[in-house]
Design a protein around this ligand. Structure first.
Ligand code: FAD
Ligand code: DHB
Length: 389
């Protein structure tokens, strides 16, 4: 098989890139290790920046999103029984939308299928060859049969555990990582959201987040220990703990019900540099991970795709390779700012096991400053709605 851009990974990054390129007449093949149903069963991000929404529109996949998404003008931050709002609309005249990653992926799969886009599922043993040469190719097996795709470029969109990043030699690759001493236990339940906006809650029992997918689908998270397993937590224990971490007013209103999904995610900050090696480009979680506080994971993947898409289009349609040459530099400049914001929000709102009384006072002072200081609120709002591409 031969294609122009071989895309490793059929998550949101790979599908969005494939859809955008194909609409400009650039041929792609997507290689996905799992099945479509498996990819769609993963419950992940819920908040989209307008930059990501614009990219979905450009890809021609925003029809359902435009109809079904919920626009959020702001968010609530609580600490103990106190709470205050950060109104993005008033502060920076921008908003975010609620539309789950599952729906984004579903829409992208539908669009790829409608355009006869080539996606190969259940691939095993993907190897990228000659990424630093003029003739890269990718080999893989399906049901034990080996296949080869010759291509002009490879896009590594295969997430944190993929092979693309590992293809870059250690003499070239530099990695930066911070692990946090806690995880997030998340549940999805068919209950109305407790509040019309998200509530990010700092409490002495740890962090909690009240989020949603639609008017009868709620997503809640609580900070948990890294040694916890989802099975350790009954639904009743989860609800009880959540109630103890959010303001009383919200706890009294909370509608509980059976969980339809329950999982634990560890929290990590991670960046690999560079994001390009020869004809291989890394995008999304393959290159960087943020802790989820601040909802930047999927949105930062989208900004990578924006830079790579425009670089590819300029290369193929105008013979201008500057965008591709500067891809790593441009993507990383934005990635590091998203890393900073996610690290800051995580540090602000969680309880750390080794936190001293002084550290706690600093956290409280920072929250109090944010509550009353316009400039601090503007800085938070600018980052939350998404820095410009
Ligand atoms: P992925 O979604 O990881 O997609 C990569 C794809 O590549 C997968 O489908 C995988 O099966 C495939 N793949 C992997 N290896 C190979 C291989 N060798 N060959 C072929 N295919 C391969 N972000 C938020 O903003 N909010 C959240 O609440 C949130 N929750 C999260 C919870 C979890 C458990 C995780 C892991 C992430 C979460 N994120 C969240 C982050 C967000 O979901 C990611 O940033 C986003 O999925 C990145 O998209 P991606 O396409 O780059 O990577
Ligand atoms: C969601 C996840 C986040 O990490 C976040 O900051 C906001 C919302 C969510 O899954 O809905």
């Amino acid at each position: 098989m031969r294609t122009q851009v071989c895309i490793i990974g059929g998550g949101p990054s790979g599908l969005l890139l494939s859809q955008l390129l194909q609409r400009k007449g650039i041929d792609t093949v997507v290689l996905e290790r799992k099945t479509k149903d498996y990819v769609l069963s993963r419950i992940r991000a819920g908040i989209l920046e307008t930059g990501m929404v614009d990219l979905m529109r450009e890809a021609g996949v925003a029809e359902r999103l435009d109809k079904e998404c919920f626009v959020h003008d702001g968010t609530v931050i609580s600490y103990g029984d106190e709470h205050f709002g950060i109104n993005f609309k008033d502060l920076v005249d921008r908003t975010v939308v609620v539309y789950g990653q599952t729906e984004v992926t579903r829409d992208l799969y539908a669009a790829r299928e409608a355009m006869d886009g080539k996606i190969v599922y259940n691939v095993d043993g993907v190897v990228i060859h000659g990424a630093d040469s003029d003739a890269p190719y990718v080999t893989y097996t399906v049901d034990g049969t080996e296949h080869r795709i010759d291509c002009e470029f490879v896009a590594g969109c295969d997430g944190f555990h993929g092979v693309s990043r590992q293809t870059i030699p250690l003499t070239v690759r530099r990695e930066y990582e911070k692990l946090y001493p806690f995880g997030w236990l998340g549940i999805l339940s068919e209950t109305p959201p407790v509040h019309e906006e998200l509530i990010y809650a700092s409490s002495e029992r740890g962090f909690a987040l009240c989020s949603m997918r639609n008017e009868n689908l709620s997503r809640y998270y609580i900070q948990c220990s890294l040694s916890d397993h989802p099975g350790d937590w009954t639904d009743a224990a989860f609800w009880e703990e959540l109630k103890r971490r959010i303001p009383t007013e919200a706890a009294e209103k909370l509608v509980t019900g059976p969980s339809i999904e329950k999982s634990i995610a560890p929290l990590r900050s991670f960046v690999t540099e560079p994001m390009r090696w020869g004809r291989l480009f890394l995008c999304g979680d393959a290159a960087h991970i943020v802790p989820p506080t601040g909802a930047k994971g999927l949105n930062t993947a989208a900004s990578d795709i924006h830079y790579l898409y425009h670089g590819m289009v300029a290369h193929y349609l105008d013979g201008d390779s500057e965008g591709l040459d500067r891809y790593s530099e441009k993507a990383l400049a934005r990635v590091w700012k998203a890393e900073r914001f996610s690290w800051w929000m995580t540090s602000l709102l969680h309880r750390f096991p080794d936190q001293s009384e002084f550290d706690l006072k600093m956290q409280q002072a920072e929250i109090a400053f944010l509550r009353t200081n316009h400039a601090a609120q503007v800085a938070m709002a600018e980052n939350y709605v998404g820095l410009p591409y």
